[in-house]
Design a protein. Structure first.
Length: 168
């Protein structure tokens, strides 16, 4: 479950983000992640991702709420838990580490599943690449993540859900 601190941060973000950020017309990547997390088949699967975005450098939240187009490879809570990160303990990790991990899950541009599957490698915002082969992403350390859900649309990009956290 999302902890109280995360709920308060989300409430503040939802109230003040239209004032602070000139976002796109329509739901942003952050808005869509919150919506997907609150209902449907994937409800409760992104508590850790949302908490991590809030714990990271604020530039991550600003980018994913802004006008630029991004592709996000979004790990589930189970994926984060395999590396020891949960919504309840994400604040215990170094902010730079959380920021680097998140930026290694984001690529510039709106890449739907066809674009992703047609690519051999994808340059990430953190720097470096993810190698892609038949829906499996391989990180710099040789770890693999499978794309499980594709083409979750947002006004400022697109989300693909993955089963592992990739490490820069």
């Amino acid at each position: 479950m999302i902890n109280t601190k995360t709920i308060v941060a989300l409430a503040v973000m939802m109230v003040f983000s239209p004032i602070l950020i000139a976002g796109p017309k329509g739901p942003t990547i952050v808005d869509v992640a919150i919506e997907v997390n609150s209902s449907g088949d994937l409800a409760g699967q992104f508590d850790t991702l949302i908490a991590a975005v809030l714990a990271a450098n604020p530039l991550v939240l600003n980018a994913l709420s802004g006008n630029g187009q991004y592709t996000v490879f979004a790990p589930t809570d189970d994926a984060f838990e395999t590396i020891g990160i949960t919504a309840d303990n994400v604040d215990e990790f170094d902010q730079d580490f959380i920021t680097d991990v998140l930026l290694y899950h984001v690529a510039r541009g709106r890449r739907d599943s066809t674009d992703v599957l047609d690519s051999d490698r994808i340059r990430m915002l953190k720097g470096g690449f993810l190698l892609q082969d038949s829906g499996v992403l391989t990180d710099n350390a040789g770890g693999a993540a499978t794309i499980e859900v594709v083409d979750v649309e947002a006004a400022n990009g697109i989300i693909h859900i993955i089963d592992s956290v990739v490490i820069p």
